[in-house]
Design a protein around this ligand. Sequence first.
Ligand code: 6PG
Length: 266
Amino acid sequence: MRRFLSRNELVRIHVMGTVGKVIVFHDKAGLVSFVTRKWHDICTESLDERGCMTVALSGGNTPVDIYRALALCDFPWGNIQIFQVDERFVPKDGKASNYRMIRETLLDVVSMPEKNIHVVDTSAPSPDDAAKVYEQELARFFRLKPGRFPRFDIIMLGLGEDGHTASLFPGNSLLDDTNHLAQAVILDSELHDRITITLQVINYARHIIFLIQGAPKAFALKKIVKEKDTTLPAARINPVDGELLFVADREAAGLLTENAYERGKS
Ligand code: 6PG
């Protein structure tokens, strides 16, 4: 891990148990640089071992600059399979569409075969129908037997101020669903109805990377990292056999203890 982290970018690392780390950066440039290097390392490993890298991308605002930076990297995009973590049930060209953001920041920039892009079909008659179709695509691509879960190489997650991640919101019974790969989430009109991969699918990933920026996320991150408050869905992210990274800027990590690795201290 340390070989990724140049000293002028890193503020500190908080170790969380055996699988988790919170890596805190001075600024967005350091955070972006780390994520692109991490992707490169995982891509090399994935292609060596399996001939392709499978990735699931979240929406929202935080990842925009990360996806733009990844698009400028010289990855073997023909060997990368892109899926969505979640989607709002809106038209693909809608302002609120996660697909639209991912296409504009990444997919339209890199040369990637359309067959490598697996998105939620929001033209389906209902969120439930869209979730079923997406679940079938996951099962098809990963050649899953019933009851099995896909194992993504990378899942990129964001964190809501309420501790949600993907479209797994506090108090939603979906969090305990162990029978599905994707589910519909019916929310109020402002948040849009959603389709999301389930907690089980996320926890089967090899590398789970949270991207967290800004002071508004600090309270949620503290409840996850210090208090392990599992009423927050993001605190339920716990890889079965994988790596969990919270990649944060100083503002988002502002409420975490200082008793972690500090730049310049051993
Ligand atoms: C979505 C995302 C969602 C997001 C968080 C953080 O569809 O909105 O998948 O889970 O990651 O809400 O969003 P920001 O990055 O915009 O703060």
